[in-house]
Design a protein. Structure first.
Lengths: 138, 107
């Protein structure tokens, strides 16, 4: 039996980044259930789709990723949120981890490096999601 | 008294007289005017972010008010402290190490 697909929400205001992430996640066998171009939509789509994993940018219009992270974690603290951002300040990384993000990927990496990092990160968490029946017991 | 120059959003000091202006710093690091409701860079709401203006003091542009040396020193120290934390940039490797350290600490 094939393992169930891990459901992912991608939130980034840059369409080409969403496209790249979508492409990488597709190749990993994930199901991108929704995409958001701002933090407010990300929170709404999170509540609507209840994905297993959220890839979240920080600098987004309407609601920044840090605030969106807090709202998502407040809804379900088991949700696997991975920050994907150009912000590489140590205090921002620490703040995100404090607020419940599980990992932090820098967009400044090249597309090849991003692909590699996302695959590594995926391997690290996918079994945990499947093993734990996902954040919402799907 | 302030020179009443209308400074653009994001200015911490008056561009004409150099007087410190009340401002809010967004979580993303962008400096916004005290009167801004949303960050001009990332769009985050600023209503829950305190302005740098001291409680009880009049708005700089509305009163005959100048920050004293102590207040200026405190403001400068806050700015330096913030700048220091902002200066520390990390690479993906640094993040890996940080995560491994946290994991070790938690286990």
């Amino acid at each position: 039996m094939n393992p169930r697909k891990v459901r992912v929400l991608v939130a980034d205001d840059e369409a080409h980044i969403r496209q790249l992430i979508h492409f990488i996640l597709d190749s990993l066998g994930a199901e991108v259930v929704a995409e958001a171009a701002d933090g407010e939509t990300a929170v709404r789509l999170y509540q609507e789709h209840k994905p297993d994993m959220v890839l979240l940018d920080i600098n987004m219009p309407k609601l920044d990723g840090m605030e969106a992270l807090k709202r998502i974690v407040a809804t379900n603290n088991k949700t696997l949120v991975i920050m994907l951002t150009a912000q590489n300040a140590l205090d921002v990384v620490k703040q995100c981890l404090e607020h419940g993000a599980r990992n932090f990927i820098l967009k400044s990496n090249s597309a090849e490096e991003l692909d590699k990092i996302i695959r590594e990160t995926w391997q690290e968490y996918v079994e945990e999601i499947r093993g734990g029946e996902g954040a919402h017991g799907m | 008294m302030g020179c009443k120059h209308s400074n653009p959003s994001g200015y911490a000091f008056c561009a004409v007289c150099g007087e410190p202006l009340a401002y809010k710093r967004c979580r993303c690091g962008f400096v916004c005017s005290d009167r801004d409701s949303f960050c001009g860079q990332c769009g985050a709401e600023l209503s829950n972010i305190d302005s740098t203006r001291k409680k009880g003091s009049a708005p700089i542009e509305d009163a005959d008010h100048r920050l004293d040396l102590g207040q200026l020193a405190e403001l400068a120290a806050q700015e330096n402290q913030y700048a220091e934390t902002q200066k520390v940039r990390v690479t993906q490797d640094d993040i890996r190490k940080l995560l491994a350290k946290r994991k070790k600490k938690l286990s």
